[in-house]
Design a protein around this ligand. Structure first.
Ligand code: CLF
Ligand code: SF4
Length: 432
């Protein structure tokens, strides 16, 4: 049974209610670049700012940038009711999604939280999402028959292993079923998105819809497949609107159908019918105008003179860790005379100190410290240093008491504060 607050929130959710989209708006927060499966219709590399389809974004935001954006958008769009994560990768394959939802909840408790996923990690994270207040979950399920789905998915990454063929599709579907059931038991509203792919799953969709109905899904959205350059299915034709209507009419007596989906971008903002993201991200970011200095988020409220400093510290009062092996960064704000602790950012090292896992770990730390001006560490490798400096960060290698070290660093740092574009640059993956 749906939670009481979910029943209330349904009335203002532009995707779950067939009339709410005319009165209420949503914001997508593109904080989730990574994915743990490969659908044969997806290519997130091809990213044109004029293109409108799922998986496309002009920029990846950090959680703090995302919260800043929500605050900014709320002022300009009073009808904004839903803050959501819809890619560009899979929301549950990116730690930043949880931090983003937590910060939005803390900062904008009136906002409905929504998230879309392929479902692979849903059994693991359903409870955590419910505790974070994320009550609206979309799961993309394209087939329940492994013989069909093995043609739709290229691979699935599960427990660090790359699964293919029917093993991959069985794992994915089993997790989708378990995750959907868990969300339903927790009183969340579950929407199923199914991509209608001619010649692959068209005849199978009515069966699939009955299956998800039995699991307790609230609504189903049958989206037409969009051929995308560079994807395995780039030569498959899109379905005709008649075909889609025909399939929807076969299913609508079984379950509520969404009929107004706009297949929006991962950074869409506004009413479903009129995307205003260009006002907030695309245009602003190109001109570095996104207001990164005035975080409205409760934990950071900086002035023009202040700096945000990330300190690698295990002990809480001394700079005592190297960049690559720190488990935790303590974030401070300082103008040079006063030093204010803001919060901690945990970066699980995962125990790997060599090879690709460590390279990825370093890259993730760099991303998570995107909002900081100064990075203070006991030691740092050449390449992470280069990457951080190319993003406009200043690095201080030091040790000892944190407050003293910050004051010392700021007395040496005369560079005027200049907000940089924080777009993730994958062209220069780091190693330590
Ligand atoms: Fe976004 Fe999706 Fe939440 Fe809506 S979209 S995460 S449920 S707030 Fe909506 Fe866009 Fe269609 Fe998605 S129109 S693509 S169904
Ligand atoms: Fe692309 Fe989403 Fe499929 Fe991942 S789950 S490959 S992001 S469509």
């Amino acid at each position: 049974m749906l939670k009481k607050e979910v029943i209330e929130a349904l009335k203002t959710h532009p995707c779950y209610d067939n009339t709410a989209h005319k009165k209420f708006a949503r914001i997508h927060l593109p904080v989730a670049p990574k994915c743990n499966i490969q659908c044969n219709y997806c290519n997130r590399e091809y990213n044109c700012s004029n293109e409108s389809r799922p998986g496309v974004t002009s920029k990846i935001l950090s959680p703090i940038e995302a919260v800043n954006l929500v605050n900014h958008a709320k002022k300009r769009i009073p009808e904004l009711k839903v803050a959501a994560i819809a890619g560009p990768g899979d929301a549950l394959a990116n730690e930043e999604s949880f931090e983003t939802m937590r910060l939005v909840r803390e900062n904008s408790p009136e906002m409905t939280l929504c998230l879309s996923t392929n479902g692979l990690m849903l059994p693991k994270y359903a409870t955590k999402l419910s505790e974070l207040g994320v009550n609206f979950i979309t799961v993309t399920v394209n087939a329940s028959d492994p013989l069909i789905s093995e043609k739709i998915y290229d691979y699935v990454i599960w427990n660090g292993e790359r699964l293919t063929g029917s093993i991959a599709s069985k794992r994915l579907f089993e997790n989708q079923i378990a995750g959907i059931s868990k969300c339903v038991d927790l009183g969340m509203a579950v929407k199923i998105n199914t991509v209608l792919i001619p010649g692959y799953n068209d005849d199978h969709i009515p069966d699939l819809v009955r299956t998800v109905k039995e699991l307790g899904a609230y609504i189903v959205n049958i989206l037409p497949f969009i051929p995308v350059k560079g994807a395995k299915f780039s030569n498959v034709s899109a379905p005709t609107s008649e075909k889609r209507r025909e399939i929807m009419s076969l299913c609508h007596s079984d379950i509520r159908m969404m009929r107004h989906c706009k297949q929006c971008r991962a950074d869409a903002i506004g009413f479903l019918d009129s995307d205003r993201s260009i006002e907030f991200i695309r245009e602003k970011c190109c001109h570095s105008e996104l207001n990164l200095k005035n975080f409205d988020v409760g934990c950071v409220n900086r002035s023009d003179e202040s700096r945000i400093i990330a300190v690698a510290s295990e002990s809480n009062d001394t700079v005592d860790c190297g960049f690559g092996n720190a488990n935790i960064f303590r974030i401070y704000e300082s103008t040079g005379s006063d030093v204010r602790f803001v919060r901690s950012i945990s970066v699980n090292t995962g125990g790997e100190v060599y090879g690709q896992p460590h390279v990825r770990h370093i890259g993730d730390i760099v991303d998570r410290l995107n909002d900081c001006d100064i990075i203070m560490v006991k030691e740092i490798g050449l390449r992470p240093r280069d990457i951080l400096e190319s993003r406009g960060k200043r690095i201080f290698v030091t040790s000892g008491n944190i407050t003293d070290a910050i004051k010392r660093a700021l007395s040496l740092d005369n560079t005027p504060y200049k907000p940089k574009s924080h777009a993730r640059d994958r062209s220069s993956e780091v190693d330590s």
